[in-house]
Structure formats: C-alpha cells, structure tokens
Design a protein around this ligand. Structure first.
Ligand code: EPU
Length: 458
C-alpha cells in the first residue's frame, strides 16, 4: 500500500511537469495564414511505447525505456502498471529537445521496476480510458498464470472487438471467462499453437506474440501485422531473451523460453506524428525538416504526398525528412485507401482528408480499417470544406480557401486533422475537446508554435 502511494506521487510529480498546463486548457485557438518554417524533433511512437511498456510485465527487474513520449496514453499506462505494483519513474536527464520546445527539464527515459508486481487485477477506470491497456492481460497471464482485466468496449472510431485476442489466448491454453465486465484468464500451463488471424490486427499480433514468448514450445502467428511498432516490440522481446523470427513479415514464429530479462530499450520514432507534420506543411505551406524520424516507415505516405505536389526530400541515414511547399501553391487531388502496413495508415486518414480539402480537384479517401472514422468530416464542413461521405469513402472537392470556425474534436487523429486544417483556414479556428489530442501527441501545439504557427491553448 505504501509502495503504491509512493508510486502515485512520483507519477503525479513527473507527469505534471509537462501536462498540468495542458489539463487546465481544453481548447486550441489557431489563426490561419502563417507558413511553417524550421526544424522539429519527432517524438517516440505512442503505438510502439504502449506495447513496450506492457512487455515489461513479462520479466522481473528494472527496465529503462528511452525516447518514451510524454503523452496522456503513456501516463495512463504508467498509472496502470503502478496499480499492479510496478515502480515507474521518469529519469531526470535534461532533454535538450523537449526543453527547446516546452521549457521543461524532463527527460524521456522511463525507468520501470517490475520486481514487485503483486496484483494481476487491472482497474476498470484505467482500461476504460485507454483500450491499449488491455495488452497487460497476456503478459500477466504468462508471468503469473492468472489475470483479470476489464473488457474494453467500443470507442469513437468503431466497435473494435477483441475476438482475435480471445481466440489466440485460448489457442495458447488460456481459460477465458467474462464476469461483471471483466475478462478473467487463467492457465496452469500455456502451450505454443498455430494461430491464423482473420485480419492482421496490430495489437492482437502484439498481444499473442508477447504471451507466446513464455509458452512451452512453438507458436506460429499467420497473417500477422507487419507494422514497424510490432517489429520493434518483437526486437525488444528478443533483446530480453525471447526467440522470435519472421518479424516484419506476415508469419511470425515464436519459440517459447523459460524466462526473460529486463533491458534498456529505445522506442522508435512516431511515423504518425511525422506524417501529421508533413500534412501540416501541405496545408500551411513552408519549409520544415523533421528530425529523429524514419523515412522508410512512411514510404506509402511519401509516395502519395509527392503526387499531391508536395516537395519531400528524405535522408534515411540522418533520420530526416524535409518537406516544403509555397504557401499559395494548390495541391493536386489524390485518391487514397487505408490498409495495414505497408499501406497508407488509417491513423493519417483524417489529416489527409483535411489536406485534400484545400486541393485543386476531387479526391476520394477510402477507410478500410475502422467502420466509423469520418467524424472529422462534419467538423471540416464547418470550415466550409466540400466533403461528402458515401459508405467507406469521403469524396472531397478541394477549395482554394476555408474559413475559421469553432470545431469539436471527436477522437485523437480527428483532433489533429482539425488543428492542421485551421492552419490553412482564413481567420480563427477554435478546436474544443483537445484532451483527445493530448492522448496521442506530445505537445502538438507547442511544436507547431515552434515552427511559426499562430496557435494558443486556452
Ligand atoms: N479487429 C477485430 N477483432 C479483434 C481485433 C481487431 O475485428 O480482435 C478489427 C478492428 O475492429 C479493426 C481491424 O481489426 O477493424 C484492425 O484493428 P487493429 O486490431 O489492427 O487495431 P488496434 O490494434 O486496436 C492499433 C493502433 C491504432 C491503429 C490500428 C490500425 C495501438 C495502440 N493502436 O489499434 O491506433 O489505428 O492499430 O493501424 O497500436 C491511434 O493511434 O489513433 C490508433 C487508433
């Protein structure tokens, strides 16, 4: 109990140094018309950091997670790990990069001690706040033989079932019961199995891969997700002593081992944050170099953005992307369909839809991954955008100018799309409910301001 208390305090102290100012203000005011010019450091990937943090449960000891983004979803997972008994502390290495942008001295290395995990019972409130926390289920089961985690419900972008997670864990030998909204899994002995996913789900692949590392024998996951975040997690697990092959392909093979050891691990750059800034330049115009990123993760995005007429130079060795466009140059329309990696990511669909609202013709953007991911469209229309949704496609007739308006953010990527649309609109755009934005971006507004955007948090 004392331990738990102390952890909560540490987390409060550490998270507050970046986030209390954000909590107090839930609106961003964007005045369009300023070009974006300068250099920006890209943060660690949210969707890589979350499973990496869950994977620490698989072993007993001290992990150091570098380049861990300081954003709300990560803070929620820290709270969850702490509630299980882990000790989480941000290292106070001064981080020039963050300091330059936020004037805070906080580092981005997170130290997690999993030696004292004593509970296998995840609090409902935390899992409800963030679906990805469901990923603690398999690691708790693999380490302790038992786990109880709330069953996540639907969310803003669709129904999002967990049937692949359920079928996979059962194939590995787990007994699965749903009681009072919680999933209870138990297993005396987990055994490797052949698993075929009906769809290459990112978190189902991650969940089953983590669990299979400590199973007896060999697991094969067919139709596995190939996202860089899945590959990063697999490489971290291998560094911990797991025996995983086939990472980055759709067939992942895991030979179970008896135990895993803690490691120091560096989270990969956020390709979605990178793409969001590229599209911000597409809308506002300017000349921005994004550093600390990985251009090859964005091949499909860069190919499409070049077709729009955006100028892009990449340097894989330096981890840099330069993107530039004259402010009044109209972009060409493009048709895009989202698909699993290496296709165009669904997490950049809303931002692309916003960008195409300023193009010189008609674009069709089709969403294949989630059933309800066009809620930004109604809000973009309030800026005067000409967009209609038919089934799973948005048909966007580009306009030379949109006009600022009050908008409401509905989910994480939708929020980002509204903010960057505001950069190109005439006058003031107020984006409300930006707590959605803070879940998955490390100070998007601060970074945009650093490259010349006229944007304030109110
Ligand atoms: N699906 C099922 N059953 C399952 C799991 C998934 O039917 O058991 C379906 C989903 O409903 C969806 C499709 O499979 O239609 C793909 O979903 P996936 O499982 O790949 O998504 P996810 O793993 O829940 C991750 C990211 C999302 C991102 C998607 C797709 C994390 C923590 N989340 O979600 O990120 O959109 O992959 O790339 O990695 C975001 O960052 O804004 C975000 C939503």
């Amino acid at each position: 109990m004392n331990n738990r208390r102390r952890n909560e305090k540490e987390i409060d102290k550490d998270t507050l140094c970046v986030n209390d100012a954000q909590d107090a203000h839930n609106m961003l005011l964007v005045r369009g018309g300023s070009p974006l010019i300068g250099e920006l450091e890209i943060s660690g990937a949210k969707n890589a950091a979350l499973p990496v943090l869950c994977a620490t449960i698989l072993s007993n000891g001290i992990f150091e997670i570098e380049n861990c983004p300081r954003l709300k979803d990560v803070f929620t997972l820290i709270e969850l790990l702490s509630s299980l008994g882990a000790r989480c502390e941000w290292q106070d290495e001064p981080d020039e990069r963050q300091g330059a942008i936020t004037n805070t001295p906080c580092g981005t290395t997170l130290k997690i001690n999993t030696a004292n995990i004593a509970s296998q019972d995840a609090p409902s409130e935390l899992v409800r706040r963030m679906r990805a926390s469901f990923l603690v289920l398999g690691p708790l089961l693999a380490r302790f033989g038992i786990a109880r985690v709330p069953l996540p419900g639907g969310c803003e972008i669709g129904s999002r079932p967990v049937n692949f997670h359920e079928a996979g864990l059962k194939a590995l030998g787990a007994r699965w019961h749903v009681k009072e909204g919680f999933v209870e899994v138990t297993a005396r002995r987990l055994k490797g199995a052949d698993i075929v996913l009906d769809f290459p789900s990112v978190t189902a692949t991650e969940h089953l891969m983590m669990t299979a590392t400590l199973c007896e024998g060999k697991t094969i996951i067919e139709n596995a997700a190939r996202e860089p975040e899945v590959e990063d997690l697999g490489q971290m697990l291998n560094a911990m002593g797991a025996r995983i092959e086939g990472l980055g392909t759709s067939k992942i093979m895991i030979q179970g081992v008896k135990r895993l050891s803690p490691v120091r691990w560096r989270v990969i750059p956020d390709r979605i944050e990178t793409g969001t800034f590229m599209m911000a330049v597409g809308i506002a115009g300017g000349d921005v170099t994004l550093k600390g990123t990985m251009p090859s993760y964005l091949d499909a995005v860069i190919t499409k953005l070049r077709l729009t007429g955006l100028d892009i130079e990449t340097d894989e060795n330096a981890g840099a992307i330069r993107v530039f466009k004259k402010r009044h140059k109209r972009l060409n329309p493009v048709d895009v369909t989202t698909s699993p990696y290496p296709g165009f990511p669904t997490d950049l669909q809303a931002q692309l839809t916003a960008m195409m609202a300023f193009s010189s013709g008609v674009s069709v953007v089709t969403e294949q991954i989630f059933e309800n991911r066009f809620r930004h469209v109604d809000e973009l229309r309030r800026l005067g955008a000409d967009i209609r949704v038919e089934h799973r496609s948005a048909i966007i007739k580009g306009k030379e100018m949109l006009t600022g308006a009050p908008l409401t953010a509905t989910d994480l990527r939708a929020s980002a799309s509204l903010v960057i649309a505001g950069l190109g609109a005439d006058g003031e755009t107020a984006v409300f409910d930006i707590h959605h934005l803070d879940r998955g971006y490390e100070r998007l507004d601060g970074k945009l301001r650093a490259i010349g955007a006229d944007i304030d948090r109110r």
